[in-house]
Write a protein that binds this ligand. Structure first.
Ligand SMILES: CC(C)(COP(=O)(O)OP(=O)(O)OC[C@H]1O[C@@H](n2cnc3c(N)ncnc32)[C@H](O)[C@@H]1OP(=O)(O)O)[C@@H](O)C(=O)NCCC(=O)NCCS
Length: 160
Protein backbone atom coordinates (compact mmCIF):
# COMPACT_ATOMS: atom_id res chain seq x y z
CA UNK A 1 0.00 0.00 0.00
CA UNK A 2 1.34 3.50 -0.79
CA UNK A 3 1.23 6.17 1.91
CA UNK A 4 -0.59 9.45 1.40
CA UNK A 5 1.41 12.59 0.72
CA UNK A 6 0.91 16.04 2.19
CA UNK A 7 1.95 19.42 0.83
CA UNK A 8 3.36 22.35 2.81
CA UNK A 9 5.65 25.34 2.39
CA UNK A 10 9.35 24.57 2.39
CA UNK A 11 11.37 25.40 5.51
CA UNK A 12 15.01 25.72 6.51
CA UNK A 13 15.28 22.06 7.52
CA UNK A 14 14.44 21.08 3.90
CA UNK A 15 17.35 22.99 2.32
CA UNK A 16 19.88 20.17 2.26
CA UNK A 17 17.38 17.56 0.95
CA UNK A 18 16.18 19.91 -1.81
CA UNK A 19 19.73 20.71 -2.90
CA UNK A 20 20.73 17.04 -2.94
CA UNK A 21 17.60 16.09 -4.92
CA UNK A 22 18.38 18.84 -7.40
CA UNK A 23 21.94 17.58 -7.85
CA UNK A 24 20.92 13.93 -8.19
CA UNK A 25 17.66 14.18 -10.13
CA UNK A 26 17.87 17.39 -12.18
CA UNK A 27 21.52 18.40 -12.57
CA UNK A 28 22.76 14.87 -13.03
CA UNK A 29 25.54 14.76 -15.63
CA UNK A 30 26.15 18.52 -15.53
CA UNK A 31 29.33 20.00 -14.08
CA UNK A 32 29.24 21.51 -10.60
CA UNK A 33 26.22 22.01 -8.36
CA UNK A 34 24.02 24.87 -9.49
CA UNK A 35 21.27 24.60 -6.87
CA UNK A 36 23.60 24.16 -3.92
CA UNK A 37 22.26 24.66 -0.38
CA UNK A 38 23.09 28.39 -0.31
CA UNK A 39 21.10 29.03 -3.47
CA UNK A 40 18.16 26.97 -2.20
CA UNK A 41 18.28 28.97 1.04
CA UNK A 42 18.16 32.21 -0.99
CA UNK A 43 15.07 30.95 -2.82
CA UNK A 44 13.44 29.95 0.44
CA UNK A 45 14.01 33.43 1.87
CA UNK A 46 13.26 35.32 -1.34
CA UNK A 47 10.13 37.46 -1.28
CA UNK A 48 9.38 36.61 -4.92
CA UNK A 49 9.95 32.86 -4.56
CA UNK A 50 7.58 30.15 -3.48
CA UNK A 51 8.85 26.76 -2.36
CA UNK A 52 6.37 23.92 -1.91
CA UNK A 53 7.32 20.47 -0.68
CA UNK A 54 5.56 17.12 -0.45
CA UNK A 55 6.08 14.78 2.50
CA UNK A 56 5.37 11.09 2.64
CA UNK A 57 5.47 10.25 6.33
CA UNK A 58 8.44 12.15 7.76
CA UNK A 59 10.40 12.14 4.50
CA UNK A 60 10.66 14.73 1.76
CA UNK A 61 9.16 13.16 -1.36
CA UNK A 62 9.26 16.16 -3.68
CA UNK A 63 9.63 19.90 -4.02
CA UNK A 64 8.94 22.71 -6.48
CA UNK A 65 10.36 26.24 -6.59
CA UNK A 66 8.78 29.10 -8.53
CA UNK A 67 9.81 32.71 -8.96
CA UNK A 68 6.97 35.19 -9.33
CA UNK A 69 7.19 38.23 -11.58
CA UNK A 70 4.50 40.83 -12.30
CA UNK A 71 2.56 38.86 -14.89
CA UNK A 72 4.44 35.58 -15.23
CA UNK A 73 5.94 32.98 -12.95
CA UNK A 74 9.02 30.92 -13.69
CA UNK A 75 9.21 27.33 -12.47
CA UNK A 76 12.83 27.09 -11.43
CA UNK A 77 13.00 23.57 -10.07
CA UNK A 78 10.80 20.52 -9.61
CA UNK A 79 11.57 16.97 -8.55
CA UNK A 80 9.91 13.95 -6.98
CA UNK A 81 11.85 11.06 -5.43
CA UNK A 82 11.92 8.16 -7.93
CA UNK A 83 10.08 5.81 -5.55
CA UNK A 84 7.24 8.35 -5.24
CA UNK A 85 6.85 9.26 -8.91
CA UNK A 86 3.62 8.72 -10.88
CA UNK A 87 1.45 9.24 -7.79
CA UNK A 88 0.27 12.71 -8.68
CA UNK A 89 2.75 14.50 -6.39
CA UNK A 90 4.23 16.58 -9.23
CA UNK A 91 0.79 17.68 -10.40
CA UNK A 92 -0.30 18.53 -6.85
CA UNK A 93 2.77 20.75 -6.30
CA UNK A 94 2.29 22.56 -9.62
CA UNK A 95 -1.41 23.05 -8.82
CA UNK A 96 -0.38 24.62 -5.49
CA UNK A 97 2.00 27.02 -7.24
CA UNK A 98 -0.58 27.86 -9.91
CA UNK A 99 -3.12 28.68 -7.20
CA UNK A 100 -0.57 31.01 -5.55
CA UNK A 101 0.27 32.57 -8.93
CA UNK A 102 -3.41 33.23 -9.69
CA UNK A 103 -3.80 34.92 -6.33
CA UNK A 104 -0.84 37.14 -7.26
CA UNK A 105 -2.53 38.10 -10.56
CA UNK A 106 -0.15 36.08 -12.73
CA UNK A 107 -1.36 34.80 -16.10
CA UNK A 108 1.61 32.90 -17.53
CA UNK A 109 3.73 30.05 -16.17
CA UNK A 110 7.07 29.41 -17.87
CA UNK A 111 9.57 26.60 -17.52
CA UNK A 112 12.72 25.26 -19.16
CA UNK A 113 14.03 21.73 -19.12
CA UNK A 114 16.84 19.76 -20.65
CA UNK A 115 15.84 18.77 -24.17
CA UNK A 116 16.52 15.11 -23.44
CA UNK A 117 14.27 15.08 -20.37
CA UNK A 118 11.35 13.35 -22.01
CA UNK A 119 9.66 12.51 -18.68
CA UNK A 120 9.50 16.20 -17.77
CA UNK A 121 8.31 17.14 -21.25
CA UNK A 122 5.51 14.56 -21.04
CA UNK A 123 4.67 15.76 -17.54
CA UNK A 124 4.29 19.40 -18.59
CA UNK A 125 2.37 18.45 -21.73
CA UNK A 126 -0.03 16.46 -19.52
CA UNK A 127 -0.53 19.68 -17.50
CA UNK A 128 -1.44 21.70 -20.58
CA UNK A 129 1.92 23.40 -21.17
CA UNK A 130 2.90 23.99 -24.78
CA UNK A 131 6.25 24.07 -26.49
CA UNK A 132 7.70 27.57 -26.82
CA UNK A 133 11.06 27.13 -28.50
CA UNK A 134 14.51 25.83 -27.71
CA UNK A 135 17.67 27.51 -26.45
CA UNK A 136 20.91 25.92 -27.62
CA UNK A 137 23.68 25.75 -25.03
CA UNK A 138 21.36 26.90 -22.23
CA UNK A 139 22.96 24.40 -19.86
CA UNK A 140 26.68 25.09 -19.53
CA UNK A 141 26.95 26.02 -23.23
CA UNK A 142 26.49 22.35 -24.06
CA UNK A 143 22.92 21.21 -23.64
CA UNK A 144 19.82 22.54 -25.30
CA UNK A 145 16.85 23.64 -23.21
CA UNK A 146 13.23 23.28 -24.24
CA UNK A 147 10.96 26.14 -23.20
CA UNK A 148 7.33 25.48 -22.33
CA UNK A 149 4.60 27.74 -21.07
CA UNK A 150 0.99 27.77 -20.03
CA UNK A 151 -1.59 30.50 -19.70
CA UNK A 152 -3.51 30.28 -16.44
CA UNK A 153 -6.77 31.80 -15.32
CA UNK A 154 -9.68 31.16 -13.04
CA UNK A 155 -12.77 29.58 -14.49
CA UNK A 156 -15.63 32.00 -13.98
CA UNK A 157 -19.27 31.03 -13.90
CA UNK A 158 -21.07 31.72 -17.18
CA UNK A 159 -24.18 33.85 -16.74
CA UNK A 160 -27.36 32.11 -17.73
C1 LIG B 1 8.89 15.26 -13.83
C2 LIG B 1 8.51 14.75 -12.43
C3 LIG B 1 8.64 15.88 -11.43
C4 LIG B 1 7.04 14.28 -12.46
O1 LIG B 1 6.61 14.05 -11.12
P1 LIG B 1 5.49 12.93 -10.77
O2 LIG B 1 5.06 13.16 -9.37
O3 LIG B 1 6.02 11.59 -11.09
O4 LIG B 1 4.34 13.30 -11.79
P2 LIG B 1 2.77 12.95 -11.66
O5 LIG B 1 2.60 11.63 -10.98
O6 LIG B 1 2.08 14.11 -11.07
O7 LIG B 1 2.42 12.79 -13.22
C5 LIG B 1 1.34 13.45 -13.84
C6 LIG B 1 1.29 13.06 -15.30
O8 LIG B 1 2.46 13.53 -16.00
C7 LIG B 1 2.85 12.56 -17.00
N1 LIG B 1 4.12 11.95 -16.62
C8 LIG B 1 4.77 12.04 -15.43
N2 LIG B 1 5.94 11.34 -15.48
C9 LIG B 1 6.01 10.81 -16.71
C10 LIG B 1 6.97 9.97 -17.35
N3 LIG B 1 8.08 9.53 -16.71
N4 LIG B 1 6.75 9.58 -18.63
C11 LIG B 1 5.64 10.00 -19.30
N5 LIG B 1 4.68 10.79 -18.73
C12 LIG B 1 4.87 11.19 -17.45
C13 LIG B 1 1.74 11.50 -16.98
O9 LIG B 1 0.73 11.92 -17.87
C14 LIG B 1 1.25 11.57 -15.54
O10 LIG B 1 -0.06 11.07 -15.37
P3 LIG B 1 -0.29 9.47 -15.18
O11 LIG B 1 0.70 9.00 -14.16
O12 LIG B 1 -1.71 9.40 -14.73
O13 LIG B 1 -0.04 8.86 -16.53
C15 LIG B 1 9.39 13.54 -12.03
O14 LIG B 1 9.43 12.62 -13.09
C16 LIG B 1 10.82 13.91 -11.64
O15 LIG B 1 11.09 14.30 -10.50
N6 LIG B 1 11.75 13.80 -12.57
C17 LIG B 1 13.18 14.08 -12.28
C18 LIG B 1 13.44 15.57 -12.09
C19 LIG B 1 12.99 16.38 -13.29
O16 LIG B 1 13.17 15.98 -14.43
N7 LIG B 1 12.37 17.56 -13.01
C20 LIG B 1 11.79 18.40 -14.04
C21 LIG B 1 12.75 19.29 -14.67
S1 LIG B 1 13.20 20.67 -13.64
Amino acid sequence: MTSAFTLRLGRRSDIRDIAVMSRCLIEVGLRGWSWHPTRVARALNGRDCSVVVADVGQRLAGFAIAEFGDSSAHLSLLAVQPAQQRRGIGVAMIDWLIESALTAGITQIKVEMRANNFAARSFYEALGFSHNGEVRGYYQNIETAVRMQRTIGRVTAVEK
